[in-house]
Design a protein around this ligand. Structure first.
Ligand code: BGC
Length: 763
């Protein structure tokens, strides 16, 4: 089994499966994302989410609130379906290729994660009896992020005659909407305003502006036809090109002849540019596409492979003894690479660039679920993700003022350009923990890289401003510092006092604000401190609030209650809840759910993973047993965390079970909504389940800790880590159900690390 190639047969033309495949085989590179639709389209009557997206690009859309209370958000940003350039089909002997006509003799779809492309292989017999073999490779280039390249190969198996390739380039695209699902946009709006549609030298250009945000997008498309001669591809001379234009739609037809056993190849280049990243998107698109068509496409595929080889070498994540899981894990980490923005205009959307669920918004998912993968394997990307948050810090300050806070910054719950997009504040804006999550990610990046310079330039300011917010949102109740009326990660329990997760993350945020302050002062780097007028007095207040932070604890049960009221709520009747009632959010009024002891996702259990030193082992163990009983895992961000904590508690087979469910969530469409996009946070969570869960990785101030366990059915697992300028490789082998670990230092200075409770030195 080659675990870098994910492959599925593709012969059932079931609409749900087709839309699932559009997501699973999408092509993205952190900048553009194109859903894997059939190039030739489906039969009328079939639904499709035929989308192409640009990370960080948005339009504003109205979000009317029925009651206009002060400060409620009535305008949101939404990611756009910017153009459709994937249309392509061939017609031979008067018959147009279609999966819905004639007979499909073979059909397979695959994703080559080593080469960085998706592939469709089809053998088709037309209604008239002519047979053709199709091989279509598509890639979103990592080297040239503006490029989406399609290689469309048609081989005639017995037909001889004229062949037409029709290629489409449409600018009048719309976003998908589903008024019945709160996780997808509910309304369809006109977001794209045409500026220009021109054709020059067989290249079509569609230039559009967004209706409300005033951004500009250009897409440029062209094709080249090649024949194979003496084993090498050569540009076909005898072709004619016909171009038709209807408003914002281009149709280009390439016409030539094909002989029996001959193969023709069309390369279709689509280039996307936008005004967030360059001043003249039209000029830039023209420059790029002209340059690209002069290149040998093989070079572009080779560059893609090199990029991915380097990525796979850096993470080297493998499970031996469980091929299916190993594949799922590779698929998941590949999707993280496809999804993460690489510049300060973009981040990682909840669905990456694979679909329109959550409208392309960025959540806390980035910092708590996806960023650890990058911090440990590709810290540059992690740094970019923090830079994006830094670039939106002013908007977070504005948001804090809107909510009545005199000091500090409050990051929005969901956003693209930095301002709040959450329409339902109880499980949106009220999730103040996002501030602590972003601060945590800065500290995690610092602890893993030692990149003090970045902290001094950007990171510390984030940590100071979020710390200030806690001082404003919280208050002293006698001797305790409390935080009232917020929502923790669990969205089935809203607007509560002293959510354990929130309080412990606020405490950590305050502690690190103090540490960074003294670090900057000691080094004489006073710019940030002066810029935001942070005083020594304020910092002392941070330290005091942290010390007095109230962390709920129930003596009788020996657990951390999720918040002040959780344990006094009614118990949910799990036995009497039919399976069809899950996820609860689609079947019960929110207020009904809020009155019960029922959790959508890991909350206190997540706190026990991230901030494990805040509690003793016994509290973590008892709390885990308690929350297992009341958690539905209706969110895809949950079981991976339960897996990690089960592994930490040495409940290895349980950890394995949680991980298995979680890792295959998208490949097997376990939440029945992968058609709207991948669950990117879950994918990052799966990486953590192996490295932090089974591997027991923690990075603390005193260094790197590993404490591996191994499921009985695995032979071994391996991963690599970037740590403070070093490259480490970790191998855990199953020796009679005991984890035997070896760590090698591949690059960098020798170091001390912790293996379980033992300190060892490796060089
Ligand atoms: C989860 C949130 C998450 C969001 C986006 C929701 O279902 O409850 O924690 O941030 O999805 O992934």
């Amino acid at each position: 089994m080659n675990n870098y190639i994910y492959e599925v047969p593709d012969q059932t033309l079931d609409n749900d499966r087709l839309m699932l495949n559009e997501t699973l085989f999408h092509n993205a590179n952190g900048y553009i994302g194109i859903r894997g639709c059939y190039e030739e389209g489906y039969d009328p009557g079939y639904k499709t989410i035929r989308g192409t997206y640009i990370n960080g690009l948005y339009d504003y859309a109205d979000m009317p609130q029925a009651e206009k209370l002060y400060g409620l958000c009535d305008k949101k940003q939404t990611m756009l379906n910017v153009a459709d350039t994937q249309g392509m089909v061939f017609t031979a002997g008067g018959e147009r290729f279609s999966m819905f006509e004639g007979s499909v003799l073979e059909s397979v779809r695959s994703l080559n994660m080593g080469g960085g492309f998706s592939k469709r292989h089809v053998i088709w017999k037309s209604p008239g009896g002519n047979r053709f073999e199709l091989n279509i490779r598509r890639m979103a280039s990592f080297e040239i992020p503006n490029l989406f390249l399609m290689e469309y190969k048609v081989k005639s198996l017995d037909f001889c005659g004229e062949i037409f390739f029709s290629s489409e380039h449409f600018g009048d695209t719309h976003n998908f909407c589903d008024p019945m699902d709160p996780r997808v946009a509910g309304e369809s709006q006109e977001h794209l305003v045409p500026i220009e549609a021109v054709q020059r030298d067989n290249i079509s250009y569609l230039y559009t502006a967004t209706a409300a945000s005033g951004l500009k997008i250009c897409s440029a498309v062209t094709e080249q036809l090649f024949t194979e001669q003496n084993g090498a591809l050569q540009k076909e001379g005898s072709i004619s090109v016909r171009i038709e234009k209807e408003g914002h739609r281009f149709y280009r037809t390439l016409h030539t002849k094909i002989a029996a056993s001959e193969e023709l190849t069309v390369y279709k280049y689509s280039v996307f540019t936008d005004s967030l990243r360059c001043e003249d998107p039209f000029g830039e698109a023209e420059r790029l596409i002209t340059e690209l068509i002069g290149k040998d496409p093989a070079q572009l595929y080779a560059a893609q492979k090199n990029y991915l080889t380097a990525c796979w070498e850096r993470s080297a994540l493998t499970i031996e003894g469980d091929d299916e899981l190993d594949m799922a894990l590779k698929y998941n980490t590949y999707q993280l690479l496809q999804s993460a923005g690489r510049d300060e205009h973009s981040n990682v959307a909840a669905k990456g660039l694979s679909g329109e669920g959550y409208e392309g918004h960025y959540f806390w998912d980035t910092e708590m679920y996806m960023q650890p993968f990058f911090t440990m394997t590709n810290p540059e990307i992690s740094k970019n993700l923090i830079s994006y948050r830094y670039s939106t810090l002013d908007k977070a300050r504005e948001n804090a003022r809107l909510l009545g806070h005199k000091k500090g910054a409050l990051y929005p719950w969901r956003t693209i350009e930095g301002s709040e997009c959450s329409g339902y504040f109880p499980s949106g804006t009220a999730q103040y923990h996002i501030d602590g999550d972003i601060a945590y990610s800065v500290v995690a990046y610092y602890l893993a890289t030692n990149d003090y310079e970045f902290v001094a330039k950007k990171g510390a300011e984030i940590v100071f401003e979020t710390a200030r917010l806690w001082m404003d949102v919280g208050n002293y109740d006698g001797d305790r510092f409390v935080i009232n009326c917020v929502t923790g990660p669990d969205e089935y329990t809203c607007l509560v006092n002293n959510n354990y997760y929130t309080n412990v993350t606020a405490k950590y945020n305050l502690d690190w604000a103090v540490k960074f302050y003294y670090m900057l002062v000691e080094k004489g780097d006073l710019d940030t401190i002066a810029k935001i007028s942070l005083t020594g007095r304020e910092v002392k207040e941070f330290a005091k609030a942290s010390e007095k932070m109230f962390l709920p604890y129930d003596k009788e049960r020996g657990i951390n209650p999720q918040d002040d009221s959780f344990l006094s709520k009614k118990e949910w009747d799990f036995a009497g809840t039919p399976v069809s009632d899950y996820p609860l959010l689609l079947h019960y009024h929110p207020l009904y759910i809020y009155r019960y002891q029922v959790c959508k996702q890991a909350d206190t259990v997540l706190a026990h993973f991230i901030y494990e030193d805040a509690q003793d082992e016994e509290t973590i163990r008892k709390s885990f047993a308690f929350y297992e009983m009341v958690t539905t895992h209706d969110s895809s961000l949950s079981t991976c965390i339960y897996s990690i904590v089960a592994a930490r508690l040495k409940q290895v087979e349980k950890a394995y079970k949680y991980f298995g469910d979680s890792a295959k969530l998208d490949l097997f469409d376990l939440h029945h909504n992968t058609k709207d996009g991948i669950h990117t946070a879950n994918m990052g969570g799966n990486y953590m389940a192996v490295v932090y869960g089974f591997g027991g990785l923690r990075i603390k101030e005193d260094g790197l800790h590993l404490d591996p366990v191994i499921p009985t059915c695995w032979k071994a697992f391996r991963f690599k880590l970037c740590y403070r300028g070093r490259e480490l490789s970790v191998e855990v082998v199953n020796r009679e159900n005991k984890a035997e670990v070896s760590v090698s230092l591949l690059e960098g200075e020798s170091l001390e690390l912790f293996l379980g409770n033992e300190k060892i030195r490796i060089s």
